[in-house]
Every structure is written in C-alpha cells, then in structure tokens.
Write a protein that binds this ligand. Structure first.
Ligand SMILES: Cc1cc2nc3c(=O)[nH]c(=O)nc-3n(C[C@H](O)[C@H](O)[C@H](O)COP(=O)(O)OP(=O)(O)OC[C@H]3O[C@@H](n4cnc5c(N)ncnc54)[C@H](O)[C@@H]3O)c2cc1C
Length: 386
C-alpha cells in the first residue's frame, strides 16, 4: 500500500514510530507498511475509554482512534447551557470517579476535563484527531483505514456513538424556508433566538429541554409526530434496555431513547406545562418561505426551525463489511456483530448510555480475550447469533 504521508499527530509518531517505515522520495514520503495492533478501538467517548481501560488493564496491545480535536466524546460538543446538574446522570468511568460537585458548570466542560484526566491517569493510547473512513475485511485481520493511515487488527471495538450522525427528516418546502434551520447538534443555547419565533420539531428529551430554555426569551411552537409520552412513573431502566436489546438482536435499528424510556415529568416540565410551553401540535404538512402550514390550512410564521429529531448510530465507516440487515440495523449478540465476530459494537443499542457503555466495554474485552487466544484467521460468517 503506497500513500502520501499524512500530517501525523505528534503523539502518534512517538508511539508508533517503531512500526512505521517511511521512504523519502524527494520532498514526499510514502507509507510502505500497514501498522499492526491486536485491537483497534474507534472512538474515545465513554464507550471507547471504558474499552481501552479494560484492554490496558489486561495487557492487550491496542490503539484508540478518535476523530475529535480533544477529549470528551460527544459531551465535548453539547450546548454550553446544558449544565452538569441538568443531565440525567453521567456514570463514572472505571476506577476513577468524576468528582465534580458544581452542578452549574457546563456538562461539556466538566466531562471534557474528566476524560482528559482519565486518559492521562490510565495512560490510554488515544490518538487524535484521527478519523476512521472504513473498516474492511482483510482476511486474517480487519483493516482500519483512517486519516492517519491503516491499521490491521485482530479485533475492532466500534465506539463511535451517535453525535456525528444527526438525523434531519425531509418535509416538502424545506428548501424554500428563508429563516434559519438548525439541528440539536448545532444548538448553542437560547440567547441567539431572543425576540424571534422558533418551531421546535421532535418529541424527545432534547426537544423538551430546548423548549424550556428558548421559551424564556422567544416565542415557541412545538410539533411532534406522536403525542409525547410524558410519564410520572420512574424509568424502568431494565425494561427499556431489554426492549432495545430485543431490537438489535433482531437486526433492527435501536430506536429512539424516548420510545424506550418515556419523558419524565420533572418539576421543570410541570412548570413549563403551566406556562403553556408544552402544548404540542401534530406535524405540519409543509414548510413555506416564512413558516409552516398544516393540512387544515392553519399556518405559523417562524424565524427558526430547530430540528430536535435525534441522532442515528455513526456507522458509515463499517459499510464495507456489509453488516446491515434488511431491517436497517446491525445484528449483535451482546456486543459482538453476529456476521463479523471480530467486531464489537460498544455504546450501540442497549449500551448507548454512560452506564451501558461501561458494562459493554468490559464484556467486549472479555470476549476479545478469548478471540485473541485463537489462531489468526478470518472468522466472518463463522459464528451463529447466540
Ligand atoms: C443530548 C444528549 C444528552 C445525553 N445525556 C445523557 C446522560 O445524561 N446520561 C447518559 O448516560 N447518556 C446520555 N446520552 C447518551 C450519550 O450520548 C451517551 O451516554 C454517551 O455520551 C455515549 O458515549 P459513546 O462513547 O458511546 O459515544 P460518544 O460520546 O459520542 O463518543 C464517540 C466518539 O467517537 C468519535 N468518532 C465518531 N466517529 C468516528 C470515526 N469515524 N473515526 C474516529 N472517531 C470517531 C467521536 O468523535 C467521539 O469522540 C445523551 C445523549 C444526547 C444526544
């Protein structure tokens, strides 16, 4: 494989220099070798760091490739007005508690600092920014192609989360809208909408959080496809996880968080009800130049449409492995991809929470140990979905 030498992060050069063979030819250099690592972890959020912790603790040679420009996973990118005290709960990474007590600090800041400290304390081999473009079946090894070159791995832990793959639905007239359209992934807080009218689309927790904030400074309209599932009953975590597990075992996409957990009726939510902020309308039929229009001819003018329509697993780089089932998901047994037993999905489906990622990371590493004891060979298609 001959490649023009990419700009290598300094850290990567240091750790992998012995494995790299460069041939200088004039001013250019070409990469002759593919690097070998027993395991490649893709992504350094909660799922990737937990996995790396267990790999390191048990002495498995591995590298973590993360496309972000700094630590924190998706939390690094959450909107600044999302305070630590306002999130549902961030589970500690293994063996090192979060320790922050100031709930008023932005979650993005706190978690980024926590992950940074964790990576360094645990001496995790995280390389960034390194974006993985593709994972291919290279016979005895999986080939992980990235912006920093190719790794050949005996096993891959995919821990890429969902933040990089915001879901934007399509509605007629969307292009004609002269106002601003943005997604939760672009949201930076309510201040920029002061005095405007914002239509918030989506029935999940993010939509409710946006409405609570924005309605303090702007007019809002809330539209959802289905009546929002508000509930006074505490979330039955086990039942929610079991339902998502059932879906991914069947090769279906994991589904939205809210479909499994409902929308908790917190004190802030009840107060917003009383202010009339959570009066919900069904989805509009079309988008016009200056707003939206329902099937019955009713219209609403708007300056902004905020799509709080969720995220999908960021798995495009796995496409060369052809793992998608007709139902649209990747069939997994535990964390292992049924059709490619060298690949584990951590932070996917039932493990897409900070606590779920912790458990799944440990389980994936446990299985990978068994795999590494076997002789190297292609395992694709050899493992039934048990
Ligand atoms: C708004 C919001 C609030 C949430 N609040 C909570 C909460 O309070 N508690 C909770 O438990 N869960 C919460 N979740 C779910 C939550 O996102 C997870 O718990 C956790 O952040 C997922 O961690 P992860 O490691 O799976 O993914 P991420 O944190 O998204 O990390 C994935 C990492 O992979 C990297 N990456 C992606 N693609 C590539 C690629 N191709 N190559 C290299 N690197 C790549 C990314 O840059 C990122 O660093 C929330 C989700 C959302 C959207």
């Amino acid at each position: 494989m001959r490649r023009t030498r990419p700009a290598y992060p300094e850290k990567l050069e240091k750790w992998h220099r012995p494995l790299l063979r460069w041939e200088e030819s004039g001013s250019a250099a070409v990469l002759l070798d593919v690097r070998h690592s027993d395991v490649v972890v893709i992504g350094a959020g909660q799922a990737g760091l937990t996995s790396s912790y267990h790999l390191r603790r048990t002495g498995v040679d591995h590298v973590v490739l993360d496309r972000s420009d700094g630590p924190g996973g998706a939390w690094r990118h959450r909107w600044p007005s999302l305070r630590l005290g306002g999130v549902h709960g961030i589970h500690d990474l293994p063996d090192s508690p979060l320790r922050e007590t100031d709930g008023a600090r932005p979650a993005a800041e706190v978690v980024s600092e926590y992950f940074e400290r964790y990576e360094s304390e645990m001496r995790l081999p995280v390389l960034r920014p390194v974006k993985v473009h593709a994972v291919r079946d290279g016979g005895a090894r999986l080939l992980v192609e990235s912006s920093a070159g190719t790794w050949a791995a005996r096993a891959v832990i995919n821990a890429t989360g969902t933040w990089e793959n915001p879901f934007w639905p399509h509605y007629p007239g969307q292009r004609r809208f002269t106002g601003r359209q943005l997604h939760t992934a672009d949201y930076r807080g309510p201040a920029e909408f002061r005095g405007q009218h914002v239509i918030v689309v989506g029935g999940g927790i993010s939509a409710v959080e946006h409405l609570l904030e924005i309605s303090e400074v702007a007019g809002t309209t809330w539209v959802t496809r289905r009546p929002p599932p508000f509930t006074d009953t505490p979330v039955d975590g086990r039942a929610a996880v079991a339902e998502v597990e059932r879906r991914v075992r069947a090769g279906l996409p994991p589904g939205s968080v809210v479909s499994a957990t409902g929308l908790p009726n917190t004190g802030a939510v009840r107060a917003a009800w009383e202010r009339g902020v959570l009066t919900r309308l069904p989805m509009f039929e079309r988008i016009t130049a200056d707003g939206v229009e329902w099937a019955d001819g009713r219209t609403q003018r708007a300056d902004v449409i905020l799509w709080a329509t969720g995220f999908r697993p960021a798995l495009a780089h796995l496409a060369p492995l052809h793992l998608r089932e007709p139902g649209g998901g990747i069939r997994v047994a535990g964390t292992r991809a049924v059709a490619e037993p060298r690949l584990h999905l951590v932070g996917y489906g039932p493990s897409a929470s900070t606590i779920g990622a912790n458990r799944a990371g440990r389980a994936a590493v446990h299985e990978i140990h068994a795999l590494l004891r076997e002789p190297e060979r292609s395992l694709k298609g050899t493992c039934p979905g048990t």
